[in-house]
Design a protein around this ligand. Structure first.
Ligand code: S3P
Length: 170
């Protein structure tokens, strides 16, 4: 397997952090989460940044973090669901990494996130409709990935195995 970064992208609630961490254990590679790095840099939670400073500010910090993590080598990058909204982010992640889109159905995403209260973009009255709307908007952006893996009904081990198999051909 090459020393390119493994970059996991996909919608909120797909399980990117879970897959990244498992993959990091299996491959013995460092895992960098853009959301965690943003929170460390800002000293506050993502939900606080959205509430107090707004989405545009969050995206600015996110772009800085993506620029930094794209300079690394041989790591796994767990991207917040909106990283692909900036073409600059997608381009710099692609330069040093292989992008893998972890794809889940809106129903699955809803089931995964409904118990969790920390997604500012899904906190309105009708999260199901919001998921469907945002997914439709972002579909072409996620599909810029090098590979797509369907995650519905798969275990974390199965998904990691698929990723490793795909990357072994690189
Ligand atoms: C966002 C996804 C979140 C987080 C922020 C915005 C998005 O990350 O970056 O709430 O725009 O999709 P996760 O995908 O890890 O939930």
């Amino acid at each position: 397997m090459s020393a390119k970064n493994i970059v996991l992208i996909g919608f909120m609630g797909v399980g990117k952090s879970m897959f990244s961490n498992r993959l990091g254990n299996i491959l013995n590679r460092d895992v960098l989460s853009t959301d965690d790095l943003i929170e460390q840099k800002e000293g506050r939670l993502v939900s606080r940044i959205f509430a107090d400073s707004g989405e545009a500010y969050f995206r600015r910090v996110e772009r800085e973090i993506v620029r930094e993590v794209s300079q690394r080598k041989d790591v796994i990058i767990d991207c917040g669901g909106g990283v692909v909204l900036s073409p600059e982010n997608t381009a710099s992640l692609k330069k040093t990494g292989t992008l893998i889109y972890l794809k889940a159905s809106p129903e699955r995403i809803y089931e995964n996130i409904k118990e969790q209260g920390h997604r500012p973009l899904l906190s309105g009255d009708d999260p199901r409709a919001r998921i469907a709307e945002l997914l439709a908007q972002r579909k072409p952006l996620y599909e810029q990935a090098d590979y797509t893996i369907e995650t519905d009904h798969k275990t974390v081990e199965q998904v990691c195995e698929e990723i490793i198999t795909l990357l072994s051909y690189e």
